[in-house]
Each structure stands twice: as C-alpha cells, then as structure tokens.
Ligand binder design. Structure first.
Ligand code: BES
Ligand code: ZN
Ligand code: ZN
Length: 516
C-alpha cells in the first residue's frame, strides 16, 4: 500500500476519536501511522543517536538526497544529543529534513514522549510532516505511539480568541515497522490520555468570564457524551443545601454563579467493586474573596480549577480506554468572589460531615470546598483510594517550583509509590510532611478546626482536608499550585496551562489495575 492511501485510510479511522466535543486545537492535526518508507516529498523528521549513525529509513532519506543530508549533519556539527534538533532545507526531493538527537541512553516511555514533543517543537510551521521511527535506542515496545502522544501533547495551542488564527489542516504521518500496533495503541489508549490533557488545558486557559461552575459542568457533560459506562451527575445549590454542604455553599455565595458539584462515575468493573475516587478543586476564579488578593498576577487565578480539570481529563482517559476498574471523579466548582453576601474571615461554616470550620482567610477557599467534596465521595462511594488534587497553596509552589507537584499523605510508603508512578508518567511529585503537629495547629477557639494556621502552608492545607478523611482510608493529597501553569514550555507541555495531573492520575489508575 502506498503512503498516500495509508494516510487517507488511517485519517478517517483516527477521526473516530475526534468526537464532536473535541477541544478546538485537537482537530487541526490529523495523525496517520504508515509503514517505513521515505516515499514522500514533504517535511521529514528523522532521528539520530549520539553515535551519529543514520540507519534504516533515515538512511533511505539520506540516499534520496544523494548524501547531502549526512554531509549537512556533519557540516552543522550536529552530534545527536538528546532533544537537540536541526532543520535542514535544500534537501530535495524533501521540502525539509529535521534531524532530532536521541542521545546515548536507552530511551524510556517518558523520553520517547519528550522526543515527540521535540518533533512538534522543531516543526511547528510545517503543513504536513512524515516522521521516520526505526532503530531507536529503546526497548520500549511500539515507540511510534509514544512519540505520537508526545507530539500531540507538545503541539497544543489555545487559539479561540485570536481573530487572525487560520485553521490549518495538517497531517503528521508516523512511519514505523509496527504500523498496526502503533495505530492501535494510539487510537485505543494514548490518544485518549492526550485528549484528556487537551480538555484540562482548555478549561484552565479559558477566562473566568466564560468559565464558571455551570459552564464547567456543561463542558464535562459534553466531553462524556456517548462515552460508555459513564454517568455524569451535577449537584446544584438545592442539592447542596439538602446535604448540608455549608463549606462549598459558603465559598460560592459571593458569586452570581452558583456552585456545582460535578460527579462523573465510570463503571469498568463489577458494580460492587469499590472505586478509586479522584476529587478536584474547581475554583473558576479565585479573587481571594473578602481577603482580596493583591493585584499582581491575579489574572492567573482563572486556572484555580486545575484540579477539577485534571480529574475530568483523567476519568475521560480511563473510561475511553475501557479500563477494568471503577473510578469516580468529583469536581467541586465555585467562584470565590467578594460581595456583600460573601463569607467573611472569622465566619464559621458547617460542613456536610457535621464538623465546623472557622474561616481565617477567605482566600484559603480550596480546602473548604474540598472538605465537603471528600465527605460526599466517602459517604456515597466508600472508595478504596481517595486522591484529591488542588491548586491549594502558594507555599507548595514556592517549595517545589514548576517541576514537582507536592504529595502529602499519612503513609510514607504511599508517598514513595506516588513518586515512582509520577516519574514514569512524566509528571513528578515530591512529598511534604503531614504530622500531628499540623493537626494541632488548626485547633480553633470557637469551632472544631480553623482553616489556616500560618506556615508550613501546604502541610496545614493537607491537615484541613485530612480532618475530613476517614482514618483508615488510603488517601493522597496533591497540591499542584506550582505545576499547573508554566511560564516556559517543556517538550510535552507548551507554556501556559499544563493540564497537570491527567497523566499522573491516569497512571495511578493503571497501577491499581495492574495489581488486580
Ligand atoms: N489558589 C490559591 C493558591 C495558589 C497560589 C494557586 C498561587 C496557584 C498559584 C489558594 O486559594 C490560596 O489563595 N491559598 C493561600 C492560602 C493562605 C491564605 C493560607 C496561599 O497560598 O497564599
Ligand atoms: Zn484558590
Ligand atoms: Zn485562594
């Protein structure tokens, strides 16, 4: 089969994963998986390791350029260092040839995805692109699918509000000698994870004006429309009042937009199997409330729903690949506004659990909404593991920067396990402590607990949430205030909203699936 027919054949098939609700940027590039052949006149990308040898298809590309490719690589002093690239023109019959270095190590899944990100970064203006994947220095099976996923993650853009943006219609063809496996792994699995990340990034980038609790709920409904074994329930203010969710109601009460609790449950195993619960903070804009935030950087608080966005994206990827596991995602959505009817510092809120919280700062709102969300999910679903994820504290961001999400648990082994999972998945976490002293620090003079107690902020935030988690329940708190937004891009994440957590949470679910 010639390359052309392969592309046409597979493009329509991969369109099957591009549902009507696909995020805007998703549809601009269609992927094809083709056999190893340099039978193209487009832009071509080849890989070169640190030994400098061009092999297989890259060699064929070189032959077609009558050796000019190899000569140009030598002239440029290109050494094949991991992630380095050169784009070479004058390489007829190809429009251009980009060479990407693969270094001298055995490439992991994470590095293959990074390579895919480098392919995207080195070729952003190309109309159509053929990527030749063979003889890579890796033992990972079906490397082409991992590279394709990295490409997808690295080529995200948010163009909705750019009036001069023209939709491009481009095809990226990944050529390997395991075409069928690559296509199948991407279409049935990795592509869904990438789409979950796109969804999360879209949610975190959308301005607060147009992203409020009910809008988020609508977008989640649209994302899951037609996805098998998924049920979406949205609790409104009346439902919350019936359940005495005084904390979630309290945080949302200064906004014209009522809060919502969005619940997505996926049943991939027996109904009686306890689910994994993922609970996300979804503040659609955090002004700080009456404890108003300072002006600088306030615009970024449109992304204070990152935890909820990651939960939606992760449940989507789990459900679409049809994992043999039950997962429930709970997204606590509210807008934190100052208003005459907003909660005040010093107010006492009654939570769904019956426990009371003295609000020390209305800017520490994430732990309040999560206290009701984790109570709800424990009462309704009795999960085997509960992970909450939140842009909770500037303190976590200051401690760990852009590189690591903070992981807070009551169990050191669980923390270490999370570190391993994150490392392999490409989203790292690092532990911060949670001890009796942090629980002592949040004793209140007039209520059961108070919401803040000075530093260390991330641990105190964890202690507040921990107060609402049953003692023997496996629980992980992720504070992602540092990692959810990047000022400078990395291979698989362009600058801006990272969609952090979709891959991590998806990897945790895979890990538990593998255990069974
Ligand atoms: N949403 C913020 C945390 C945040 C800060 C996220 C920077 C992303 C970047 C959170 O609601 C907040 O304001 N936390 C306070 C807590 C304090 C009042 C105890 C903080 O970290 O300053
Ligand atoms: Zn916040
Ligand atoms: Zn806040």
């Amino acid at each position: 089969m010639g390359l052309k027919s392969l592309i046409i054949g597979t493009t329509s098939l991969s369109a099957a994963i591009l549902l009507a609700t696909a995020p805007a940027a998703w549809a601009e590039t269609s992927f094809a998986f083709g056999t190893l052949s340099a039978d193209t006149q487009d832009h071509v990308t080849v890989f070169m390791d640190a030994d400098g040898a061009l092999s297989g298809a890259a060699d064929e590309v070189n032959d077609k350029t009558e050796g000019r490719l190899e000569q140009a690589i030598e002239d440029a002093g290109f050494k094949g260092k991991f992630g380095k690239s050169i784009q070479l023109y004058g390489m007829a019959p190809f429009t251009s040839v980009t060479v990407i270095g693969t270094g001298d190590e055995d490439l992991s899944v994470r590095q293959l995805r990074d390579l895919g990100g480098h392919v995207a970064g080195a070729s952003d203006n190309d109309a159509s692109l053929s990527v030749m994947i063979d003889d890579l220095n890796t033992d990972v099976e079906v490397a082409a699918a991992q590279i394709a996923m990295g490409y997808k993650l690295g080529s995200y853009s948010f163009t909705k509000y750019k009036t001069d943006h023209k939709d491009v219609d481009r095809t990226v063809a990944f050529h390997s000698d395991d075409t069928d496996e690559a296509k199948s792994l991407f279409d049935s699995d990795l592509g869904h994870v990438a789409k979950g990340v796109y969804f999360a990034r879209d949610m975190g980038t959308e301005p607060g004006k147009s992203m409020y609790p009910e809008k988020f709920a609508q977008d989640v409904r649209a994302l899951f429309r037609g996805v098998a074994n998924v049920r979406v329930d949205v609790l409104d203010l009346d439902d919350m009042e019936r359940r005495n969710m005084g904390a979630l109601i309290g945080v949302g009460q200064g906004s014209v937009h009522d809060p919502r609790l969005v619940v997505v449950s996926y049943t991939g195993a027996a109904r009686t199997d306890a689910p994994i619960a993922l609970v996300g903070k979804g503040i659609t804009f955090d002004t700080g409330g009456i404890s108003l935030k300072p002006n600088t950087g306030q615009w970024l608080m449109k992304s204070d729903l990152s935890g909820a966005a990651a939960v939606a994206g992760a449940v989507y990827s789990v459900a679409k690949r049809g994992a043999d596991v039950n997962v429930v995602g709970v997204m606590a959505m509210a807008e934190n506004m100052p208003a005459s009817d907003a909660i005040r510092p010093g107010d006492v809120l009654e939570t769904m659990s019956g426990k009371t919280i003295e609000v020390m700062s209305t800017d520490a709102e994430g732990r309040l909404i999560l206290s009701d969300a984790v109570t709800y999910v424990q009462e309704e679903y009795d999960p085997r593991l509960l992970i909450d994820i939140a842009t909770l504290t500037g303190s976590a961001a200051r401690a760990l920067g852009d590189d690591y999400g903070a992981v807070v648990t009551r169990d050191w082994e669980l923390s270490q396990h999370m570190m391993h999972i994150g490392k392999a998945a490409g989203e790292d976490v690092w532990p911060l402590p949670l001890n009796d002293n942090h629980y002592s620090a949040i004793k209140s003079d007039i209520a059961d607990i108070k919401s803040t107690a000075g530093s260390p902020g991330a641990s105190i935030g964890g202690a507040v949430i921990g107060t609402f988690i049953d003692e023997d329940r496996p629980w992980v708190h992720l504070d992602i205030a540092g990692v959810d937004w990047l000022d400078k891009g990395i291979p698989t994440t362009p600058k801006g909203h990272a969609g952090w957590g979709v891959r991590f949470l998806d990897a945790v679910v895979r890990d538990l699936e593998a255990e069974e």
